[in-house]
Design a protein around this ligand. Structure first.
Ligand code: F6R
Length: 262
């Protein structure tokens, strides 16, 4: 696990976007795992800017989103289909047939989930998975005590997550769908590389537990300690409960230039 602490979330997102851009330039057929929520938005804005100003080409890129609420039409303003179109897809050139997001309206959830796993495998696996983290330590919508071996499946959201996401549903946790389809922790761990972003004080407890606490399913993101190539990009606020923050800063400052933003 490599922990990088930037002054502000915008700096961390620009560093994250550069990593995505380098991969897409080196491997135009790259398979990206994408997250929704507030955290990756500035990263997506920077990818859009790079596409527009620097000709970053996504025409051969494939994407798989982590999750979708069950029961929301793709056109629903709070669906993750809608989020991805609004915040990334409409502004860059990933072909429609290369974009994959779980179907929140499927009538066969287990069959859909098996097929989603098959599609990821057929695409050659995920090269780079972008993740946020819930205040309860979830990744994707794998809530506390999710199996580390889990694959794409239905999950019931925790009350803490309904509360956190109520801001997108008129502030009312009862309006947030209770169920979702999410990639499993095993699915996420199969990605060749993982980039987790976390910003703000509300994430500091989960970030400290994930990074410096024991690996335990009560804090799903802690499994990333076992991932061979996981980078954690934080702002100062999200890093505020890390005991070894000075050490992570020192390591970053003393990296050889070629390794710093790789
Ligand atoms: C979103 C996802 C979630 C979010 C997490 C943080 O696709 O899988 O794990 O990354 O809930 O959400 P924000 O970024 O809104 O704080």
């Amino acid at each position: 696990m490599e922990v990088v602490i930037k002054q502000a979330s915008e700096d961390a997102c620009i560093a994250g976007a550069r990593i995505v851009a380098r991969l897409v330039r080196e491997k135009p057929t790259a398979v990206l795992g994408l997250a929704t929520g507030g955290t990756p938005l500035p990263l997506y804005c920077e990818l859009i800017r790079m596409h527009r100003d620097e000709g970053l080409d996504f025409s051969r890129t494939t994407t798989f989103n982590l999750d979708e609420y069950l029961g929301l039409e793709p056109t629903h303003p709070q669906s993750y289909h809608h989020f991805m179109r609004e915040n990334l897809f409409d502004a860059i050139n990933i072909p429609v047939e290369n974009r994959h997001i779980p179907d929140g309206m499927t009538s066969d959830v287990p069959g859909f989930c098996r097929d989603y796993e098959r599609r990821i495998r057929d695409a050659g696996g995920i090269d780079l998975q972008i993740l946020g983290i819930g205040s309860d330590g979830h990744i994707g919508f794998n809530e506390p005590v999710s199996s580390f071996a889990s694959r794409t499946r239905i999950k019931t959201l925790a009350k803490e997550t309904l509360q956190d996401n109520a801001r997108f549903f008129d502030g009312d946790p009862d309006k947030v769908p209770r169920h979702c389809i999410t990639m499993g922790i095993g699915t996420i761990m199969d990605a060749r590389r993982v980039l987790l972003l976390a910003f703000g004080e509300s994430k500091s407890r989960a970030v400290a537990g994930m990074t410096e606490g024991p690996v335990a399913s009560v804090l799903p993101a802690s499994i990333l300690q076992h991932h061979p190539d996981a980078k954690i990009l934080l702002d100062n606020a999200a890093a505020s409960e890390l005991k070894r923050a000075d050490y992570y800063r020192w390591v970053y400052e003393n990296k050889p230039d070629w390794q710093r933003d790789a």
